[in-house]
Design a protein around this ligand. Structure first.
Ligand SMILES: [Zn+2]
Length: 480
């Protein structure tokens, strides 16, 4: 083999720095070889170590820290910039004697130092690897979900019922992503839309594309391992939100949910997603506001309030979630005795939105009435009047609900339930513990009505009664 044929060849958009001479003959050879694909040699198949591969991690070269032209070494799993002679990937190939590299953006596989492209469709191992990077689905297969699948170690799992790693403090984002991934029309859009099946989705920068990819991985039927790392999505979220939401600091899942829905529903590149969100998740509420006139006597004392019905205004407004106020909690005297925690029925909280309940302010009376019931109703329980800085002052009222409920003639069933836990993470002082929020989610398998709790990467089947004892925070109900 002469030295020229040993040279790796470039993609037309490759930005690495291996220059070729202008020799016409070499140009012709290059053009021909670009279109020729080779079978993966047997010796190289044995070199591939699928267990060392991780396609959830950030697409960044581990040596140069560059984000362009990133390949995964299929022997050791390292992400390296390539693929010309002067690149770190080429050097890695020579020094480590690793020969098979996958471009994680366009899913092309190359052999180094030869430089030839591999025909991937003929090799089952390569097909599995490509599927792990970008899982694909058919409408027929999605109808069967969730189903029992097997990971690389032949361990059974239910697709969709998969944990997302808590990288630091991103539990609040994970539960929101999991909740959204269990709304069937939204899930199906992300799994089936051609927009996110392509290999050139800008998952490193585009929020919708990176959400779509995480949803695809959660519903993947051939996971390499039974959890998904949201690291890439977290990086995009952090960048798009200008670090308001990041994995470095706790935030409110409600705020993250509202932010995400607002971003996804205004993504002009995906009109179908916009329509799906608005049609399925968005409701409308009518707010009637009546002014109150205060009538005073000569001594300036209030003697009467008069409703100015003629001054009533009616305003309609759209909502993503309905906010429910919990009854005020009395301060406990007897510690955390569960019997002392107040309880309230969900119907009582929802009566806020049925026009029967009046809300008095200083100078007006308001009533609320839902005029458009969404197919997927999101309820939010307001537990943190004082914010997250003082967790021990949160409202711990237990909400009593059944797995189905009637809301003004609309039948809903509970699909998912984000819960709040408070855990001790050290000491603030000799007498005070450092408390942090821990977010978990209960999700329903609608095929057999079993409930699961997803706690970080742990998945547990749970009894229905167990769900109702938690501090529910956000719930998604499906209209039947
Ligand atoms: Zn390697």
């Amino acid at each position: 083999m002469n030295s020229e044929t040993k040279r790796p060849l470039e993609d037309s958009n490759s930005d690495d720095d291996d220059d070729y001479s202008g020799d016409e003959h070499i140009e012709v050879v290059k053009r021909v070889r670009r279109t020729e694909k080779v079978a993966l040699p047997k010796a190289y198949i044995d070199e591939i170590n699928i267990k060392r591969l991780d396609f959830d991690k950030e697409r960044i070269c581990c040596v140069t820290l560059s984000r362009s032209n990133i390949y995964c070494c299929l022997s050791c799993g390292k992400y390296l910039q390539g693929r010309g002679r002067s690149t770190v990937m080429f050097k890695h190939s020579i020094e480590q004697k690793h020969h098979v590299f996958l471009n994680v953006t366009n899913l092309k596989v190359y052999l180094l130092p030869e430089g030839s492209e591999v025909e991937t469709s003929a090799d089952p191992l390569l097909r599995d690897i490509l599927y792990a990077v970008y899982p694909t689905f058919t409408a027929a297969s999605v109808k069967e979900f969730p189903k029992v699948c097997r990971d690389l170690d032949d361990r059974a799992y239910l697709n969709g019922f998969i944990g997302l790693n808590d990288l630091n403090s991103n539990g609040y984002m994970n539960v929101v992503i999991l909740a959204l991934s269990h709304i069937p029309p939204l899930r199906d859009h992300f799994l089936l839309s051609n927009k996110y099946s392509g290999t050139d989705s800008p998952v490193d920068t585009d929020l919708t594309a990176s959400v779509a990819l995480v949803v695809k991985k959660l519903w993947n039927c051939r996971l390499l391992r039974r959890n998904v790392s949201p690291q890439q999505l977290m990086n995009v979220v952090s960048s798009v939100s200008k670090t308001k939401f990041s994995s470095d600091a706790h935030e409110d899942p409600r705020l993250f949910l509202l932010w995400l829905l607002s971003k996804l529903s205004t993504n002009g590149d995906d009109r179908i997603l916009q329509k799906t969100l608005m049609k399925q998740l968005q409701g409308q509420i009518e707010i009637k506001s009546t002014e109150i006139e205060t009538i005073t006597n000569e001594a300036d004392q209030t003697v009467k309030f008069k409703r100015l019905e003629s001054e009533s205004t009616i305003k309609k407004t759209k909502f993503w979630l309905l906010s429910l106020d919990l009854p005020e909690m009395k301060v406990f005297k007897d510690g955390n005795d569960v019997n002392s925690v107040p309880q309230v029925r969900i119907e009582e909280l929802l009566s806020k939105y049925t026009e029967q309940m009046e809300h008095h302010t200083k100078d007006s009376v308001k009533t609320y009435k839902v005029v458009k019931y969404p197919n997927f109703l999101i309820l939010y329980y307001n537990r943190f009047n004082n914010g997250f800085t003082s967790l021990k002052d949160r409202n711990q009222t237990i909400v009593e609900f059944s797995n189905e409920m009637d809301f003004q003639g609309n039948r809903y069933r509970l699909l998912s339930n984000i819960t709040h836990d408070c855990i001790t993470k050290g000491k603030l002082s000799d007498t005070e513990d450092l408390l942090v929020s821990k977010w978990k989610i209960n999700v329903l398998n609608t095929k057999d009505n079993d409930w699961y709790e997803i706690d970080d990467i742990e998945i547990r089947k749970v009894e229905e009664e167990f769900i109702f004892l938690k501090e529910c925070y956000i719930q998604i109900w499906q209209r039947l």
